[in-house]
Write a protein that binds this ligand. Sequence first.
Ligand SMILES: CC(C)(COP(=O)(O)OP(=O)(O)OC[C@H]1O[C@@H](n2cnc3c(N)ncnc32)[C@H](O)[C@@H]1OP(=O)(O)O)[C@@H](O)C(=O)NCCC(=O)NCCS
Length: 189
Amino acid sequence: MKYKLIPLIDLDKETQLQVLGIRNEEYIREWMFTGDKINAEDHLAWIERLKNDKSQIYLIITNREDQPVGAVNIKNIDKANKIAELGFYKSQKIEEKGLLTKSLSTVIDYSFNSLGLEKIYSEAFEGNTKSLAIHKRLLFTEEGFMRLHKIKEGKRIGVHLFGLLKDEWKTEKEKINIRKDIIMEIKNV
Ligand SMILES: CC(C)(COP(=O)(O)OP(=O)(O)OC[C@H]1O[C@@H](n2cnc3c(N)ncnc32)[C@H](O)[C@@H]1OP(=O)(O)O)[C@@H](O)C(=O)NCCC(=O)NCCS
């Protein structure tokens, strides 16, 4: 199985709009921090702004047919402190098990080895069991839990904070069960 990670800004407009279709899937909106439904005009205008935004690299996972299936965003890139935050999602129509685990491990390798980062961090809503599981699988440490920190569907909800250090990743990553039959290539970054 071959997949690519391609910057969203490098995709054609039709594919960029397909990405919007995934981003607007109900399950994904349920667990994202900005869960509003986004319209095409706002989406394309935001992509225009992304072109000049050095603080993030928004990568789209595409399959062998060049169809988008998910995304991994390296955001809040802070070169001075050598840290960045990860955001990610996968279309609910995709049944490939372990695809996001593989995609994130590729992006983590890239962040540490090519971007020169030394720590990656991430946040997840309380109750997002799939996200908690993927952070655990990828060796993140839970560094905190902010109680009743956000409002989700009118109710206050907690937020888990995760962190992963470059040294931990280097020494432990061989122990993770990452799909070897998924080939992932990062393009144009
Ligand atoms: C978070 C999210 C991306 C996780 O997706 P996912 O499908 O669980 O992740 P993966 O593609 O890595 O697949 C994991 C599954 O494959 C399995 N898997 C992982 N590695 C595997 C491997 N090497 N071989 C076989 N199976 C594997 C896992 O056991 C898991 O199985 P399960 O779903 O039965 O528990 C997805 O739920 C999502 O898009 N959620 C909405 C948005 C969101 O929450 N984003 C994160 C915000 S913090």
